[in-house]
Unconditional design. Structure first.
Length: 190
Protein backbone atom coordinates (compact mmCIF):
# COMPACT_ATOMS: atom_id res chain seq x y z
CA UNK A 1 0.00 0.00 0.00
CA UNK A 2 1.55 3.27 -1.13
CA UNK A 3 -0.08 5.62 1.37
CA UNK A 4 -0.22 3.26 4.34
CA UNK A 5 0.51 6.21 6.64
CA UNK A 6 -2.71 8.01 5.63
CA UNK A 7 -6.28 7.43 6.79
CA UNK A 8 -9.38 9.52 6.14
CA UNK A 9 -12.41 10.16 8.34
CA UNK A 10 -15.89 11.36 7.41
CA UNK A 11 -17.40 13.01 10.50
CA UNK A 12 -21.19 13.21 11.00
CA UNK A 13 -20.85 14.69 14.49
CA UNK A 14 -20.04 17.32 15.38
CA UNK A 15 -21.23 19.07 12.25
CA UNK A 16 -22.83 22.46 11.69
CA UNK A 17 -26.07 23.47 10.07
CA UNK A 18 -26.34 26.60 7.90
CA UNK A 19 -26.78 28.80 11.01
CA UNK A 20 -23.66 27.34 12.65
CA UNK A 21 -25.54 25.24 15.22
CA UNK A 22 -24.16 21.83 16.16
CA UNK A 23 -25.99 18.92 14.57
CA UNK A 24 -25.57 15.26 13.71
CA UNK A 25 -25.80 14.72 9.97
CA UNK A 26 -27.33 11.66 8.36
CA UNK A 27 -25.34 9.03 6.55
CA UNK A 28 -25.90 8.81 2.80
CA UNK A 29 -25.24 5.60 0.92
CA UNK A 30 -23.39 7.52 -1.79
CA UNK A 31 -20.78 8.61 0.75
CA UNK A 32 -19.84 5.01 1.52
CA UNK A 33 -19.12 4.08 -2.08
CA UNK A 34 -18.06 7.43 -3.49
CA UNK A 35 -15.48 8.03 -0.76
CA UNK A 36 -14.26 4.44 -0.50
CA UNK A 37 -13.50 4.45 -4.25
CA UNK A 38 -10.99 7.32 -4.20
CA UNK A 39 -9.62 6.03 -0.88
CA UNK A 40 -8.78 2.80 -2.71
CA UNK A 41 -7.63 4.54 -5.91
CA UNK A 42 -5.18 6.70 -3.94
CA UNK A 43 -4.18 3.75 -1.78
CA UNK A 44 -4.94 5.14 1.67
CA UNK A 45 -4.89 2.79 4.64
CA UNK A 46 -8.42 3.18 5.98
CA UNK A 47 -11.66 5.13 5.54
CA UNK A 48 -13.41 5.81 8.85
CA UNK A 49 -17.04 6.83 9.13
CA UNK A 50 -17.83 8.66 12.38
CA UNK A 51 -21.50 8.35 13.28
CA UNK A 52 -22.77 8.37 16.90
CA UNK A 53 -26.45 7.54 16.29
CA UNK A 54 -27.15 3.83 16.63
CA UNK A 55 -30.00 3.79 14.07
CA UNK A 56 -27.69 5.38 11.48
CA UNK A 57 -24.87 3.01 12.44
CA UNK A 58 -27.19 0.07 11.83
CA UNK A 59 -27.83 1.25 8.26
CA UNK A 60 -24.10 1.71 7.65
CA UNK A 61 -23.22 -1.64 9.22
CA UNK A 62 -25.83 -3.46 7.13
CA UNK A 63 -24.32 -2.04 3.96
CA UNK A 64 -20.77 -2.87 5.01
CA UNK A 65 -21.79 -6.40 6.06
CA UNK A 66 -23.60 -7.01 2.77
CA UNK A 67 -20.69 -5.91 0.58
CA UNK A 68 -18.27 -7.98 2.69
CA UNK A 69 -20.49 -11.08 2.51
CA UNK A 70 -19.96 -13.84 -0.04
CA UNK A 71 -23.12 -12.72 -1.87
CA UNK A 72 -21.89 -9.12 -2.00
CA UNK A 73 -18.46 -10.23 -3.15
CA UNK A 74 -19.95 -12.31 -5.99
CA UNK A 75 -22.35 -9.50 -6.90
CA UNK A 76 -19.68 -6.80 -7.14
CA UNK A 77 -16.04 -7.76 -6.45
CA UNK A 78 -14.75 -4.19 -6.73
CA UNK A 79 -17.28 -2.97 -4.16
CA UNK A 80 -16.16 -5.80 -1.88
CA UNK A 81 -12.58 -4.57 -2.29
CA UNK A 82 -13.31 -0.92 -1.48
CA UNK A 83 -15.61 -1.64 1.48
CA UNK A 84 -12.78 -3.55 3.17
CA UNK A 85 -11.22 -0.12 3.82
CA UNK A 86 -14.24 1.11 5.83
CA UNK A 87 -14.34 1.22 9.63
CA UNK A 88 -17.28 2.59 11.61
CA UNK A 89 -16.62 4.56 14.82
CA UNK A 90 -18.71 6.56 17.29
CA UNK A 91 -16.30 9.50 17.69
CA UNK A 92 -13.25 11.07 16.11
CA UNK A 93 -11.38 10.29 19.34
CA UNK A 94 -12.05 6.59 18.67
CA UNK A 95 -10.58 7.01 15.19
CA UNK A 96 -7.41 8.60 16.58
CA UNK A 97 -7.13 5.82 19.16
CA UNK A 98 -7.57 3.18 16.45
CA UNK A 99 -4.81 4.66 14.29
CA UNK A 100 -2.55 4.95 17.32
CA UNK A 101 -3.24 1.34 18.34
CA UNK A 102 -2.67 -0.04 14.83
CA UNK A 103 0.27 2.14 13.82
CA UNK A 104 1.96 2.73 17.18
CA UNK A 105 1.80 6.52 17.10
CA UNK A 106 -0.71 9.32 17.20
CA UNK A 107 -1.55 10.67 13.73
CA UNK A 108 -1.07 14.22 12.59
CA UNK A 109 -4.68 15.40 12.27
CA UNK A 110 -5.41 17.41 9.13
CA UNK A 111 -8.78 19.10 8.94
CA UNK A 112 -10.45 20.13 5.70
CA UNK A 113 -12.70 23.14 5.25
CA UNK A 114 -13.86 25.71 2.73
CA UNK A 115 -12.39 28.42 5.00
CA UNK A 116 -8.76 29.28 5.77
CA UNK A 117 -7.33 29.03 9.28
CA UNK A 118 -4.03 30.23 10.80
CA UNK A 119 -2.52 26.73 10.62
CA UNK A 120 -3.49 26.23 6.97
CA UNK A 121 -1.08 24.11 4.94
CA UNK A 122 -0.86 23.80 1.15
CA UNK A 123 -1.25 20.62 -0.88
CA UNK A 124 2.33 20.51 -2.11
CA UNK A 125 3.77 20.97 1.38
CA UNK A 126 1.50 18.31 2.93
CA UNK A 127 2.13 15.91 0.05
CA UNK A 128 5.90 16.17 0.53
CA UNK A 129 5.55 15.67 4.28
CA UNK A 130 3.34 12.58 3.85
CA UNK A 131 5.71 11.14 1.23
CA UNK A 132 8.55 11.04 3.77
CA UNK A 133 6.59 8.27 5.54
CA UNK A 134 7.89 9.38 8.94
CA UNK A 135 4.49 10.02 10.53
CA UNK A 136 0.87 8.92 10.41
CA UNK A 137 -1.77 11.28 8.97
CA UNK A 138 -5.53 11.46 9.43
CA UNK A 139 -7.45 13.65 6.96
CA UNK A 140 -10.76 14.73 8.50
CA UNK A 141 -13.75 15.67 6.36
CA UNK A 142 -16.91 17.29 7.70
CA UNK A 143 -20.51 16.90 6.61
CA UNK A 144 -23.40 19.35 6.64
CA UNK A 145 -21.93 22.86 6.72
CA UNK A 146 -18.58 21.64 7.96
CA UNK A 147 -16.84 20.97 11.23
CA UNK A 148 -17.20 23.53 14.05
CA UNK A 149 -14.39 26.14 14.18
CA UNK A 150 -13.58 25.17 17.81
CA UNK A 151 -12.86 21.63 16.66
CA UNK A 152 -10.87 22.84 13.63
CA UNK A 153 -8.57 24.79 15.95
CA UNK A 154 -7.57 21.57 17.72
CA UNK A 155 -6.15 20.00 14.54
CA UNK A 156 -2.45 19.99 13.75
CA UNK A 157 -3.07 21.38 10.26
CA UNK A 158 -5.94 22.59 8.15
CA UNK A 159 -5.59 21.83 4.46
CA UNK A 160 -6.15 24.82 2.24
CA UNK A 161 -9.64 25.00 0.73
CA UNK A 162 -10.38 23.48 -2.65
CA UNK A 163 -10.39 26.45 -5.00
CA UNK A 164 -11.99 26.06 -8.39
CA UNK A 165 -11.78 28.40 -11.35
CA UNK A 166 -14.11 30.96 -9.75
CA UNK A 167 -15.13 31.97 -6.25
CA UNK A 168 -17.80 29.28 -5.67
CA UNK A 169 -16.58 26.48 -3.38
CA UNK A 170 -19.61 24.58 -2.04
CA UNK A 171 -18.67 21.06 -3.08
CA UNK A 172 -20.19 17.86 -1.79
CA UNK A 173 -17.92 16.04 0.61
CA UNK A 174 -17.63 13.24 -1.96
CA UNK A 175 -16.27 15.67 -4.55
CA UNK A 176 -13.95 17.32 -2.04
CA UNK A 177 -12.45 14.00 -0.91
CA UNK A 178 -11.72 12.94 -4.49
CA UNK A 179 -10.18 16.31 -5.41
CA UNK A 180 -8.08 16.49 -2.25
CA UNK A 181 -6.76 12.95 -2.57
CA UNK A 182 -5.92 13.64 -6.21
CA UNK A 183 -4.07 16.85 -5.37
CA UNK A 184 -2.07 15.09 -2.66
CA UNK A 185 -1.31 11.74 -4.31
CA UNK A 186 -1.93 11.72 -8.07
CA UNK A 187 0.86 10.44 -10.29
CA UNK A 188 -0.17 12.91 -12.99
CA UNK A 189 0.00 16.16 -11.02
CA UNK A 190 0.98 19.25 -13.01
Amino acid sequence: MINENVSIALVHYPAMDREGKLIVTSFTTMDLHDIARPARAYDVRKFYIVQPIDAQRLVIKRQIDYWLSEEGRRSNPTRYEIVQLVSLKYTLDEVVEDVEREKGKRPIIVGTDARKYPNTVGYEELSREIARREREYLLVFGTGYGLPPDMMRTFDYILEPVYGAGDWNHLSVRNAVAIILDRLFSRNRC
